[in-house]
Design a protein around this ligand. Structure first.
Ligand code: 0O2
Length: 207
């Protein structure tokens, strides 16, 4: 297991408190959107939301994977998913809608976007990643920190949890037959998402 040197670890723990605040900022925005969807819009696309701040062990492992030394500065400069929130929605079409609504907020800066739905990863992974820079106002300074929002359907989320479990179990050396099976499942899931959406559209038109 990769570990931060003690002096860096102490600084990292302090930084993680600020990442937690940045995460709260995005959580609040999504909570407001939920209230809006439920009160003023015809339909609520968000099924549920989960969030986490990466553990020091996971940050260290990612820095190591990118051949970077274990320092807080490297973590803050090179890792954009220390604060992460996952927004699970019903249909694939909801994904760009939610992303667009967030991107339109005037006090948010979009640092980056990765559309793994249009361009799935070789593993079969599908999800939409948005990295937003948010301000955290402290007593004597303001820090701008990135928060990664992963937006995906329930089916994509189901797949990602299983794939993550398999990859972890085999320590990133997944047997060929399992990775092929997972790619097949990912394609079937994308097809299922499309068909379920069509059913929903037909029902909507009927009433
Ligand atoms: P965790 O446990 O979710 O925190 P990287 O490619 O990870 O070195 P980058 O640029 O952050 O660097 O990658 P990317 O593509 O934006 O993906 C970051 C996160 O997306 C991952 O975080 C996963 O949560 C998720 N992800 C990306 N690819 C896959 C995949 O093939 N399978 C699954 N299940 N999830 C994926 P972490 O840090 O890997 O893990």
């Amino acid at each position: 297991m990769m570990l931060f040197p003690t002096n860096e670890f102490v600084k990292l723990k302090e930084s993680l408190v600020i990442y937690e605040c940045a995460l709260k900022n995005i959580e609040m925005r999504i909570d407001i959107l939920l209230k809006d969807f439920l009160t003023f819009q015809a339909y609520n696309p968000i099924e549920h939301v989960k969030m986490r701040v990466k553990t020091p062990e996971s940050i260290a492992e990612k820095l190591h994977r990118h051949n970077l030394s274990l320092t807080v500065e490297n973590a803050r400069t090179h890792i954009f998913d220390i604060a992460g929130i996952r927004c699970i929605c019903y249909y694939a079409k909801d994904i760009t809608y939610i992303a667009d609504v967030l991107k339109r907020q005037p006090d948010i800066i979009v640092r980056g976007e990765k559309d793994y739905i249009t361009n799935p990863k070789p593993s079969g992974y599908r999800s939409y990643h948005l990295i937003l820079d948010v301000p955290v106002h402290l007593t004597n300074k303001t820090e701008i920190l990135p928060v990664e929002i992963q937006i995906r359907t329930q089916a994509m989320d189901f797949w990602a949890s299983l794939e993550h479990k398999v990859r972890y179990k085999y320590k990133n050396k997944m047997p060929d037959h399992l990775s092929k099976e997972l790619i097949l499942c990912a394609d079937k899931i994308a097809e299922l998402d499309r068909r379920m959406y069509l059913i929903q559209e037909i029902v909507d038109m009927a009433y």
